[in-house]
Design a binder for this molecule. Sequence first.
Ligand code: FHN
Length: 408
Amino acid sequence: MGQDPVRERRIAWWRQARFGLFIHWGLYAIPAGVWKGRAIPGIGEWIMHRAKIPVREYEKLAKRFNPVKFDAEEWVRVAKEAGMKYIVITAKHHDGFCMYDTKYTDYNIVKATPFGRDPMKELRKACDKEGVKLGFYYSQTLDWHHPDGMGNDWDYDPGKKNFGRYFREYAMPQVEELLTNYRTVAVMWFDIGTPTPELAREMVELVRRVSPDAVINGRIGHGLGDYIDVGDNRIPESPLPVDWEVPMTLNDTWGFKSYDHNWKSPGRVVQILVEVVSKGGNLLLNIGPTAEGELPEPAVKVLLEVGKWLKENGESVYGAGAAPLHVPGDAPYMCTWKPGKLYVHVFGWPWDGELVVFSAKGAVKPVRAYLLKDQRELSFRWEGADLIINVPERPADPFDTVIVVETE
Ligand code: FHN
């Protein structure tokens, strides 16, 4: 990766953004976790694989896909209200169904469904209107529908597959199509890696040629891409010295499942977001819309609550990163940082009116401390290496009260 100035320019907005919306939407929203009356365990968008549904049978879902409640503007508004700066949506997931109009297969939302509209075009327009960046998820390796794609061994003989042909004559042209017809694509989001470095390099070269400003995620594989995606739902133990992102589910699935109600609370999401930023990363938080085209109501509620918190505390998140001090694992706070400002996010309010910021000496030279929410001034003193901040009796926010420590 290195300090290539072209890359630095390309990724600058992404680094500021810190919070994005991931959307997994496709035919799998119809069965929504149930196949032939049987609840299929695991993540919703994997149902074709988990239940070994034959291509000819799965394909029939397209005829039933009619998400008439889909409203691109509404989706983008929710993302924006939630404080999310970019959206990454599945243009093609592992099931191979294309959620946009493509000339390389009729197995797409415009040609194969009664819906007949192109939601990616509509999202493009809505994102431009609202000033939200739009990126596409494209499953470049797994494709359970294409005879040469990887992963489907129940319909196709793996020994007869020509993956190179699929990749060069199908996946690459489709990515080029996305980059060209839906300009300007902010992120090209690949998944699970590419089998060979050669193919991965060819894909990266294509993206660079067609859309030099598109940020490429690390799951293209082989150390290529502009940033790293850590494991799904896994926040690293400590800050990483590279650009990174964690894709995370809001419940326990990416694609919609009718019976997954295990939603994270707004307070939990705020805490996750702050933890991610305190370790120098971005949070790409997922929601899986229904087959009717709606964002699940409970998910929207959570996101809007998070957005309210961000409206007041966004300064401590956008463009912020890891603080130059160690926060013990059992401390009741986390820290984010911008040059000249330490943001102390207090999750466990001190009962005795004194917040102890451990081992802050050397890292900060405080000149002023105040509550971010209402600018209330706070006094402070040193006790050895610890900074003691005098705080009001009650927290200013039920999720996370942010104290700003201005430093020399
Ligand atoms: O297999 C996929 C999964 O369905 C989902 O898209 C996630 C999102 O990060 N990525 C893969 C697993 O890592």
